[in-house]
Design a protein around this ligand. Sequence first.
Ligand SMILES: Cc1cc2nc3c(=O)[nH]c(=O)nc-3n(C[C@H](O)[C@H](O)[C@H](O)COP(=O)(O)O)c2cc1C
Length: 356
Amino acid sequence: MSSRLFSPIELSGLALTNRVVVAPMCQYSANEGTMNDWHLAHLGQFAMTGAGLIIIEATGVEALGRITHGCCGLYSDENESAMKRVIDFCKSVGDSKIGIQLGHAGRKASTERPWEGGNALSKNAWQTYGPSSIPFTEGWHTPEALDSAGLDRVKQNFIQAAKRAVRMGIDAIELHGAHGYLLHQFLSPISNKRTDQYGGALENRLRYPLEIFDAVKAVVPSDMPILVRVSATDWVDGGWDIDQTIEFAKALDAAGCASIHVSSGGNSLAQKIDIGYGYQTDLAKRVRDQVTMPVIAVGMITDPFQAETILRTGQADMVALAREFLRDPHWTWRAAKALRSSSSVPNQYGRAVTFS
Ligand SMILES: Cc1cc2nc3c(=O)[nH]c(=O)nc-3n(C[C@H](O)[C@H](O)[C@H](O)COP(=O)(O)O)c2cc1C
């Protein structure tokens, strides 16, 4: 018996030992964007059990691109050295490759941590920016529409953060184009009402995210995989949808994207989502049918056999899990056992699997 989940895969030449991805998960626990021991323990526990790829949480390329005051950033030397310590630790305990999700929260920045309510900050708030001056919902900050200087500033900050990521020894970069954050805001007609070359027709709405992709790709080593996470649909009539996602995916494929990570929603409270096990995998499959790059499925994938079936039936090339890794940080070991495969085990834990 062979397992697809535990078969290797390459992303633009980066060899992953298996197809298990730890999805990016904000911890809202950084200080001025800087990681600490929480992040070391949080990410380190996944690295110990050998997931093929661990993606570090949404990380703001500038301070005002963070979602909350607790979100990670990669815009200062302090951010960089603290995150490098975490990456070094992860690499010292296993063979997982470490990616980082670089993003900008746009109009969804300057909010409370989820456990504080998750609403727009009323104290210590900051000016938010977006494609257009439309708040996410009533009572949220009204963003300032980015002018050409602002667009350039954000792009330069993506570039600087990508350079820092390379310096830290990161293996892959994922651009956050999902969940209603800045790049998704540009894609979706719900949040993008611009009348310049970045708004209106689909081709125009794709332009800024594609420019960011190209700008990042140009400053990292040619063999560094750049992934893009998308929301495949806004789940709102007249919003961003799967057909537009496929056009975006094709353009990314042509631009040298290493993989597309297919999530959904997050740009409108009017979204109607039929949430259930594997509820986004059919979206991943729709994209996969149209591109050459590997596709990552995510969303209520919890069981090893479910994950294996997603790969075997050609719905995706890799699977990402978020909450199930919080419930069981050793999920990769559990899955390996269920699928009669193996994943890396640090020497200190060797007796757990040798039974001697
Ligand atoms: C605590 C937590 C934090 C999250 N933070 C991020 C994030 O930083 N970036 C992102 O793209 N998605 C984020 N997500 C969404 C997950 O990556 C994932 O897409 C979602 O939870 C669905 O997968 P699941 O059913 O396996 O949890 C987060 C989810 C959770 C539970």
